[in-house]
Structures are given as C-alpha cells and as structure tokens.
Design a protein around this ligand. Structure first.
Ligand SMILES: Cc1cc2nc3c(=O)[nH]c(=O)nc-3n(C[C@H](O)[C@H](O)[C@H](O)COP(=O)(O)OP(=O)(O)OC[C@H]3O[C@@H](n4cnc5c(N)ncnc54)[C@H](O)[C@@H]3O)c2cc1C
Length: 455
C-alpha cells in the first residue's frame, strides 16, 4: 500500500495531525497505525471485584489505543508555555499558544463546548503563594473531564474514520527509508508513504529509542520526576480548585533547594493505577459529571531528578524506584502523612480509622522504604508549605500514594519543524521528548500536518 502520510500512534499527537492533514487537503491518503484497540474496545479488566489489580494485558487499555494515554485522562488542556513541554523552543512562543488555542476550539466544537475554562490571570492566590514561598505558574486550562474527553474522542473518530485509514492492534515494528519516502512494517506487512509522522507517546518510548538507534538519529535523556499522589478531603483545596481547577505550584526546598511541584490536580476525583511497561505507578482522574464526583481531591507532588554524565538512563532510575514499591506492596503503596512523619508504616486499620477514605485500593505501607530520603524530605517540606495556603494539607490523615513517576522520553534531535535529519520523517508529541501534555502534543500534530501540506 502506498500513502501520502503514515502516522504511527493514535494519541492526541497522531489524531490532531490526521485531523489537520485531512482538513487542509481532503485528497490526501493518510493511514494511522496504532498498537492498541479502537476507542470502544478499550476496557481495562480491573473491576474492583473479580480483577482487583493490574493483570498486565498485552496492550494496556489505559495507555494504548485511539486517544492514546489521554483517552481516560482528566482531559485538562493547559494553554501555556510555562509547563507541559518545550514546543515553543521549536516553533516559537506565539505559534505554540496559537495552536493550543486552535486545538481548544476543535475540542469545543466536537463536544467540549459546555466545559469550563479556568485561568490564573488576576487571581489573589498568586500573592498568597508568594507570601508562603510558593510560586503559582501562569496558565489557562480547559477542563473537559474524563467523560467529556471521551465524547470528544468519539466525535473526532466518527469524522476521521471516513477519511483516514485506521489500523488498530497494529504495532509498527520498524521504519525504513526508501528512495522516495518511508516503509513502515506492521504485523509482517510493509506499507509505504512519502511522509511519516511518529507519535508514539510515553508507552512507545522504548520502541522510539530502538528506531533512533537503527536510523542513527541522535537523542539525549536526563530527567525523571518522582514523587507521590496526595489525597485529602476536597474542602481543604476547594478555594483553590473552585477558582483555578488545576494549579501548578512550585516550591523550592530549604534543605536542598530542590524544586517540588504540584502536578495533575483532580478536584473531587479518584486515584488510579497506571501501568508503564508493566510497572504499576499511580495517577489521578476527575469527572465533569456530578454523579461521579467524590469527596476527595488528589494531586501529585513531584521532584525532578536531572542526571549528568556518565549516567544516561534516567527512566530506568524511575522504574527501579517504582519496582521497589511494587515489590513491597504488590503495586501501589498508601501511607497516612501522620504515619510517615512518625516513621511507621500505615496499616489497614489505621487507614480505615482515618478521616480520608481512599479512592484507590492500595497496600498500606511505608513510603520511606521506597523513596530516596532527599525526595521524601522535599515532599514533606512542600506539604507543610501547602498547609499554609490550604490549612489541613498536612493533617495526619492525608493520604500519600507511591510512587508517582513521570517518565520523560529521551529528546530526539529535531529541526525547528520537528523533522529528523531524514527529510519527511517527523517525530511529535510525548514520544519526541518535546511535549509532555495533551495540549502540547496535539499542537505539535497540527504544526507538522500544516508543514507537510505546505510542502
Ligand atoms: C492517567 C493519565 C492522565 C493524564 N492526564 C492529563 C491531563 O489531564 N492533561 C494533560 O495535559 N496530560 C495528561 N496526561 C498526559 C497526556 O495523556 C499525554 O501527554 C498525551 O496523551 C501525549 O500524547 P501523544 O499523542 O504524544 O502520546 P500518547 O497519548 O501516549 O499516544 C501514543 C499512542 O501511540 C501508540 N503506539 C506506541 N508505540 C507504537 C508503535 N510501535 N506502533 C503503533 N502505535 C504505537 C500507543 O499505543 C498510543 O496510543 C495524562 C496521562 C495519563 C496516563
């Protein structure tokens, strides 16, 4: 088969490139290859009853398939260059914002129209944060919520599948340069195209490394973020989340001057397991639908670890720490903040007697046996700093789930147009190491689609 463009990966990066290619030129022949299932077939077997924990399916329904890692996410589209990736360093500050706004318009027209846009502009919390040695980062955030996010994806698929050829359950095993383009090998078949857009996200990071090795595309990697997910009664954070929904707050620790930051805030949400390459870590969701809301709010507290030469495998470092928690707890460990500070493990009884009802079934344990001291000290310091702007954060019953690891893909050497040294071979989204969020990944897809059409 011969196509104009082959896209590898049907996450936000791949979906928005396909959308924009077809919008700009409906005559283009576009194919998308995806390891995972079509959207409606993406079902995680954990039902809390017969299947309580991850059974390590061949392809993870949470991470793979139409919609990518973002399909069951909270659908928070942050419009900002302050976090979520460094796309602006490639395509320019204004262009990056313009494309994130464009993606927001599409999301709204495909079912997200009634959802709320929050902004940090003019908020009094900025001052309160500064007074307590915390920094509130600037952003506007469209909160689709897990349910509306799913509807937007359904609607996008209804439009796209008429015009784009989707190959689900079709992992691409390799990419080869041909005389006038690229050959992509999937399930033993070869498919050719003039242009190839690789958008394989975090779950495709190992495969991406292999492709870069085979094609001798330079890469670099030196960062991983490690921490915990905090769960507390939503009333404690209501003042902040009602106004801002998702606030990115940064704290510089007194002891080591490390940066600890809040990440992925889920007001009235739930804590969930996440499976990355067979290792169980923790994440969070929340819902637009009132009937699904809980009495808890959760968010991650992460410490960034940057490594220098000779150590290169920052993700392996993060995985090893996550493996430790899996080894001790059989998955994610949960601990009361009071138990952590008293230097003792949490038990089923102590959690049961606490005032915060956990939304994830995790093994009560001791996070100090898992997390490096420096990281844990930073997290404890930040919880006390947050307690000054949201009193109650440092209560004994506040729950900490570990570990949360934010893996960063290695950065692929790319031009300003997100193109590799091979003409017509683009790498976008989280798989490129350039983006780490829904809005940046989607915007990178639109950018590259337009670049291809202009050519
Ligand atoms: C639980 C959770 C919640 C999140 N919440 C948010 C949020 O609220 N806001 C936010 O900004 N970000 C959030 N994120 C991050 C966000 O989902 C990602 O940044 C975003 O999905 C990246 O898009 P992408 O297209 O680059 O990659 P992905 O979404 O990871 O998609 C890549 C796709 O490529 C496929 N693939 C991989 N390898 C191959 C191969 N060899 N052949 C074919 N297909 C392949 C995968 O199956 C996957 O479907 C969340 C992530 C998770 C896991």
């Amino acid at each position: 088969m011969k196509y104009d463009v082959i896209i590898i990966g049907a996450g936000p990066g791949g979906i928005y490139s396909a959308y924009e290619l077809i919008k700009q030129n409906p005559a283009l022949k576009v194919a998308v290859f995806e390891t995972g299932h079509a959207l409606e077939q993406r079902k995680c077997p954990i039902d809390g009853d017969k299947v309580k924990t991850c059974i390590k399916c061949k392809t993870c329904a949470i991470m793979n398939g139409f919609g990518g890692a973002g399909a069951f996410s909270d659908g928070k589209y942050n419009i900002t260059n302050d976090f979520g990736g460094t796309l602006f360093e490639y395509i320019g500050w204004n262009k990056a914002i313009e494309l994130m706004k464009y993606v927001d318009e599409i999301n709204c027209s495909f079912g997200g129209g009634g959802t709320k846009m929050y902004t940090t502009a003019g908020t009094a919390f900025k001052k309160k944060c500064i007074q307590n040695k915390l920094t509130l980062l600037d952003a506007s955030v469209r909160h689709l919520g897990t349910d509306i996010n799913y509807i937007v994806l359904q609607n996008l698929f209804s439009l796209l599948h008429e015009k784009v050829e989707f190959h689900f359950d079709s992992p691409v095993s390799s990419i080869r340069k041909t005389a006038d383009g690229y050959a992509v090998i999937s399930c033993g078949e070869t498919y050719e195209s003039r242009y190839c857009v690789v958008s394989v996200g975090r779950s495709g990071s190992k495969w991406m490394e292999q492709v870069c090795r085979e094609l001798k595309i330079p890469t670099r990697s030196n960062r991983v973020d490690i921490g915990v997910r905090v769960e507390l009664p939503s009333v404690i954070f209501d003042d902040i989340t009602d106004e801002l929904y998702e606030s990115k707050i940064v704290y510089r620790t007194e002891k080591f001057e490390d940066r600890v930051r809040t990440f992925c805030m889920n007001p009235h949400g739930i804590v969930v397991n996440e499976n990355t390459n067979g290792i169980i870590t923790v994440n969070g969701h929340s819902f637009e639908d009132d009937s699904k809301k809980t009495d808890n709010t959760n968010f991650a507290l992460l410490v960034a670890k940057h490594f220098s030469e000779p150590f290169k495998d920052s993700n392996e470092y993060g995985e090893s720490i996550a493996r430790l928690s899996n080894m001790l707890g059989g998955g994610v460990i949960v601990q009361r903040f009071g138990d952590l500070e008293r230097g003792r493990r949490s038990t089923v009884n102590r959690i049961r007697e606490g005032s915060v009802k956990p939304t994830l079934m995790a093994t009560p344990g001791d996070l100090s046996l898992v997390l490096p001291k420096r990281i844990l000290d930073g997290i404890v310091e930040m919880i006390h700093a947050l307690d000054r702007i949201a009193p109650g954060t440092a209560n004994d019953d506040t729950l900490l789930y570990g570990v949360e690891v934010k893996f960063y893909n290695m950065e692929v050497k790319l031009s300003k147009d997100l193109e590799t040294d091979y003409p017509g071979l683009y790498v976008i989204g989280d798989g490129s190491g350039v983006t780490h969020s829904l809005s940046h990944a989607s915007a990178s897809g639109v950018y590259v689609a337009r670049h291809i059409v202009n050519r």
